[in-house]
Each structure stands twice: as C-alpha cells, then as structure tokens.
Design a protein around this ligand. Structure first.
Ligand code: SF4
Ligand code: SF4
Length: 237
C-alpha cells in the first residue's frame, strides 16, 4: 500500500489492541479446514464492541477458500465493524498432508490471481486515502466455495494423527512450546503434547529445526516452515 501506514498486530502475544487510534482495522486469516482458525475467532470475540469502524477482511488458502472469508466477515460485522473490502488469495499449500499428496500448489497464485490481488490492494489503498463515503462490501466467495463445508477440529486432529517426538533428534530447544498458539505443548525438556488443547495447526511439526516431531501418519515429509521464495517474490510489488 502506498498511501496507508499500518501496524501488524500479533494476536497471540499482543493482548487486545487499542483500535481507537486507527482509521481502519484489517483481519487476515489463513484457511483452516474451510473456515477461519479458532484462535482468530477467539481473538475477534474478545475485542470491544465497535461502532461501525471500517474494516477489511482477507484470507489465504491453499486448496479451497471455502467459507473462510464469509465467516470472517460475519464475525467482524457482529463485532460492530463496517466491512468495506475483502479478498481471498490463493497461495502455496502449507498443509503437510496435501504437500505429501503432491498437491502443494507451488505455482499459486497464478497471473490472474495476482492481478486480482493487486487490484484489491490498489482499491483498498484508494478507498481509505481518498476522502470518499465508505460503503459496505458484500462478500461473495463464489458458489463452489459456499458449498464447501467448514470442518470440525475433530476431523483436523484425526487427519493429523497422534504426535510423537523422535528423542534422538530433539535438541530440547523449546521452540515447539514457544510457537504453539494453543499452549498444547510443554517441554520438560522434551515436548509433551496435550491432545485436548491441540488444534492440529501443524506449526510445531513445520517449524521444529530438527524435524523431530512426527505423527502416526507423517514423518519427515511435507514440512512448510515459511512461505517459499517464489511466493515472496510475487508479493514484492
Ligand atoms: S522444536 Fe523440535 S528440537 Fe526443539 S524441543 Fe521441540 S521437538 Fe525438540
Ligand atoms: S499442531 Fe502442534 S503447534 Fe499446533 S496446536 Fe497442536 S501441538 Fe500446538
């Protein structure tokens, strides 16, 4: 964005932001089983009720966006935000089971998707910087996405399988405990997983520097620690 200064807010460690000092709030989520991750839902629900504060919603998806943007739109609208723009961006897959199946979509977004994304950014930039009356944006994710069900965390856990740690590989760095967004890991000094708290987000599996974490179904395969260079280059306009 050329005309807008913005701050990124870490919803895991940042507490509740003071939204008063901002003209607009943006909510960005990845797609988790056809819906937004629970941690984002919990964060929005904790925010104070707003009085028509302008907002935009945004999500990334690897396979299908599903109802992610619709759910995010509904959630923030119920919180009193006034949604003026929304977009879903196709990105390479970060979900190990799909990568293992050869469906990593490394080439996403394609040219057409990048054009649409850049148009979204350009229009959002113009909308906010120009002194214009803001209008409510009707979010329409497409018929196919509307038909995709939002799956439960139980299915996500089942797909992941039980987690274990290869004790010979684990260097006891504690990174998995620090990174887990749901406080489902305690390192003492090797990690112990609390299945009831785990939302099967794969963060520990993806980020362990030694690839010591594995599951009943996946071992040393499909890791996605960070966005690939190809995607970073595309986003650097
Ligand atoms: S991140 Fe990996 S190496 Fe570090 S404590 Fe966790 S399992 Fe062990
Ligand atoms: S997959 Fe790992 S990082 Fe994600 S919630 Fe479960 S234990 Fe935490």
């Amino acid at each position: 964005m050329k005309n807008i200064e913005f701050d990124l807010f870490d919803i895991i460690t940042g507490g509740i932001p003071d939204l008063e000092k901002y003209d607009i709030a943006g909510f960005a989520a990845f797609t988790n089983y056809g819906r937004i991750p629970d941690i984002i839902q919990a964060f929005v629900e904790k925010l104070p009720q707003q009085d028509d504060k302008p907002a935009f919603v945004f999500n990334t998806y690897g396979f299908m966006s599903g109802k992610t943007l619709l759910i995010l739109d509904k959630l923030v609208t119920e919180k009193g935000f006034f949604v003026i723009a929304g977009h879903s961006l196709h990105t390479p897959e970060s979900y190990p089971p799909m990568i293992v199946r050869g469906m990593g979509n490394e080439k996403a977004p394609n040219e057409k998707e990048m054009r649409r994304f850049n148009k979204f950014i350009y229009e959002l930039d113009r909308l906010i910087s120009a002194d214009r009356e803001l209008k409510r944006k009707n979010i329409w994710p497409g018929l196919l996405n509307r038909l995709v069900p939002a799956f439960s965390v139980t299915k996500a856990r089942k797909d992941m399988g039980e987690k274990f740690v290869d004790e010979a590989l684990c260097i006891e760095c504690g990174l998995c405990e620090r990174l887990c967004p749901y406080e489902a890991i305690k390192c003492s000094p090797k990690p112990v997983f609390d299945t009831a708290r785990c939302y099967a987000c794969w963060r520990c599996y993806n980020h362990c520097p030694e690839k010591a974490i594995y599951t009943t179904k996946y071992r040393k395969a499909g890791h996605y620690p960070e966005p690939i260079n190809q995607l970073k280059e595309k986003l650097e306009v």
